[in-house]
Ligand binder design. Structure first.
Ligand code: ATP
Length: 537
């Protein structure tokens, strides 16, 4: 079996076509021409995404006694976003083209120049995330004559890439779409605004949340007080976030409406580094455990000059998508910045009191230690209680991942083209989605080989038993069985069960493995258990 993994340059086109054809992902409001940056998940896509979220929830919330869940509203008091800094600073510098009116982020417009000695062979303005992408885009846009001249120039070429955000002040760039003149850069806030209530004025302005994290910080005290958590503990949330991205692109990778899965893990400041390393490594490993090949997955520690001013450490889990290596999840040590900001803006106490520690140390402040002076003892006790080591603002470690980006990475990784035998034993090309069984939208497909001799009845029974056992099952009796296998391979179903003539004789069925193509005979009454055991992680 020869595998053609997703290194083909047209993987994205094939994946997008497959996702549409098989009902994973549709363009939002497609019948009206769509809307940029918004996507709908179809019947199989919604199952895939749900399985990814459930796996995360099970591994994060259920598997850890000191992590609890939360589900906050999307619209919150706008003061939340003032405190978090999003109203003042959640913006990208952008420019508009005066001619064609297109809008761009200044850090996404690149000017590429390729020359040989004095001779300039190619100059182009393109949209790109990094130097490599810029050169590739410029080459793709060049005419064939220019491309030939560059290819024939050997290695004496001088290639330079300058992003608009880096060109000296006073110099203006040109539009990558039409070459027209660009406006001066302006800050563009990425939060979607709306109004709450009947009045539409500045007093009723509200925002769709651009991240789920702030809902967790705003509820930190509620959770602490009601769940009786002790440090270190975490609060996890999965939910929609919205960003009015200037250039949504790369399919679902950069959308305007997307889902996040975030943990805010609160700990003692002295332990923050330890927990940062723990979460960075744990989250990285989670993607590997669920099938992302480690040579495509990278853990990138940020350089000190990349860090936000309040952060002590930050790392990105990145995946080598067909369109370039990009972030799936960020893990940051955010120090006590967020809790302190909300304490300052809300006036609510966000500190943590080490009551266990105080209990053991309280006797240091008994009156007899102060020559019987109760007042002095009380005063000293109050002072001690309000400061370290008893009272302090916890540090926060934040692993923040995108559900849609994870889904896209798992799809890219899983998409494989190989060959499998048809019903006549002839090798046929197939597309197979080698998803982790935990994520597969359908876990088991059940086929009667023919629509007679009582085979459909047996197949229906197995199908119903699988559904009752909580395994997403699909019943199919139409067409040649080889075709039915291939349809299931394409959507990642790990096991297909076929009821055939031999079933009537010995009460066994064929179980076919999606990846190895091995076919085993398994007794009917053991088949659901057989599959279940093999799909548990
Ligand atoms: P980027 O630099 O790619 O814009 P970011 O660093 O701004 O991402 P965060 O604010 O750290 O992203 O958000 C946490 C996670 O949320 C990201 O790792 C990503 O998986 C997801 N995410 C952020 N913006 C988008 C988006 N526009 N579309 C889809 N997912 C997103």
């Amino acid at each position: 079996m020869t595998d053609k993994k997703n290194d083909s340059s047209d993987l994205m086109d094939k994946l997008v076509a497959m996702c549409k054809r098989r009902g994973f992902i549709f363009q939002s409001s497609e019948i009206y021409g769509g809307i940029g940056g918004f996507w709908d998940y179809g019947p199989l896509g919604v199952e895939l995404k749900r399985n990814i979220k459930s796996a995360w929830w099970e591994d994060v919330v259920r598997a850890n006694d000191n992590i609890v869940g939360l589900d906050c509203s999307i619209i919150m008091n706008p003061k939340v976003w003032v405190a978090s800094g999003h109203v003042g600073g959640f913006s990208d510098p952008m420019v508009d083209c005066k001619e064609c009116k297109a809008r761009f982020r200044t850090d996404k417009i690149a000017y590429v120049s390729v020359s040989k000695g004095e001779n300039v062979l190619l100059e182009a303005a393109v949209e790109a995330d990094d130097d490599n992408e810029a050169v590739a885009a410029a080459m793709a846009a060049a005419n064939s004559k220019t491309r030939r001249r560059i290819e024939n120039a050997g290695d004496e070429l001088n290639t330079s890439v300058t992003f608009l955000s880096k060109i000296p002040e006073g110099e203006t760039g040109s539009c990558p779409k039409c070459g027209g003149e660009l406006t001066e850069p302006r800050e563009f806030n990425l939060m979607f605004q709306t109004y709450v209530g009947a009045l539409q004025d500045s007093s009723s302005t509200a925002y769709l949340r651009p991240e789920t994290a702030q809902g967790i910080f705003a509820n930190y005290k509620n959770v602490l007080d009601t769940s009786r958590m002790k440090l270190p503990f975490g609060i996890a949330q999965i939910g929609k976030s919205f960003r009015n991205e200037i250039n949504p692109r790369n399919y679902t990778f950069r959308s305007r409406e997307f889902e996040q899965m975030e943990i805010e893990f609160f700990c003692h400041p002295d332990e923050a580094e330890k927990w940062y390393v723990y979460w960075r490594d744990t989250r990285y490993q989670w993607y590997i455990d669920h099938g992302l090949q480690s040579d495509k997955l990278h853990l990138r520690d940020h350089d000190p000059d990349e860090l936000a001013h309040y952060a002590r450490g930050c790392a990105d889990v990145e995946y080598a998508f067909p369109f370039g290596q990009s972030e799936l999840e960020g893990i940051a040590n955010r120090t006590d910045f967020d809790l302190k900001a909300h304490q300052e803006h809300s006036g609510r106490d966000m500190t943590y009191f080490e009551d266990e520690l105080w209990k053991t140390e309280a006797e240091k402040y008994s009156a007899d230690k102060f020559d019987g002076d109760k007042k002095a003892a009380k005063k000293a006790a109050e002072e001690a209680k309000s400061a370290m080591p008893y009272r302090f603002t916890p540090y926060v470690i934040e692993p923040s991942g995108g559900v849609d980006r994870a889904t896209l990475a798992f799809l890219c990784e899983a998409y494989t083209e190989d060959e499998a035998p048809d019903e006549n034993g002839q090798m046929q090309k197939r597309v197979v989605l080698k998803l982790h069984p935990r994520f597969a939208p359908i876990k088991i497909a059940v086929f009667p080989l023919v629509k007679k001799d009582g085979l459909p009845e047996i197949a229906h029974k197995i199908h119903a038993e699988a559904q009752t056992a909580g395994l997403a099952s699909f019943y199919d009796e139409k067409g040649a069985v080889g075709r039915r296998y291939r349809r299931q391979d394409e959507v990642g179903t790990p096991f297909c069960v076929t009821v055939d003539g031999q079933t009537l004789e010995d009460q066994t069925v064929t179980v076919r493995d999606r990846d190895t193509l091995a076919q085993n005979r398994v007794p009917i009454d053991e088949v659901v258990n057989y599959v279940r055991q093999r799909i548990i992680k």
